[in-house]
Write a protein that binds this ligand. Structure first.
Ligand SMILES: [Zn+2]
Length: 103
C-alpha cells in the first residue's frame, strides 16, 4: 500500500481492478500495468528517482535562464503587445519554477 502511494506520487494511476494472479493493488505507470504485490518495483522506483531529480535540476536551470532572458527583454521592450506577451511568459516560467520540488 505504501509502495502504491509512492508510485502514485510519482505519477502512477491506481487501478480499480485487483491483480488477477494474487489480488494485489495494480497501478498504471508510463503506459504499463504493475502489480504492487508480485512485480519488482524497487528497481523502477530507484531508477526513476535518479532521472526525476536530474530532470527537475535541468528544468530549473532552463527556466531560470529563460526567465532572465524574458525579464531582460521586457526591460527594453517599447511595444505594449510584446510587453504583454513577455509578462505572460515570465509569469508562466515563474509559476513553473515555484512548482518544482524544493531541495
Ligand atoms: Zn499480482
Amino acid at each position: 500500500m505504501r509502495l502504491a502511494a509512492e508510485l502514485v506520487s510519482r505519477g502512477a494511476t491506481m487501478l480499480a481492478e485487483p491483480c488477477p494472479q494474487d489480488g494485489g493493488i495494480q497501478v498504471r505507470f508510463r503506459g504499463k500495468v504493475y502489480c504492487t504485490s508480485h512485480d519488482d518495483l524497487s528497481s523502477i522506483t530507484s531508477a526513476d528517482a535518479v532521472s526525476y531529480d536530474t530532470v527537475v535540476a535541468h528544468m530549473r536551470e532552463v527556466l531560470l535562464a529563460r526567465l532572465n532572458e524574458a525579464t531582460t527583454a521586457l526591460a527594453t521592450e517599447k511595444d505594449a503587445i510584446k510587453q504583454e506577451q513577455l509578462v505572460s511568459l515570465v509569469a508562466k516560467y515563474f509559476e513553473l519554477l515555484q512548482r518544482l520540488p524544493q531541495k
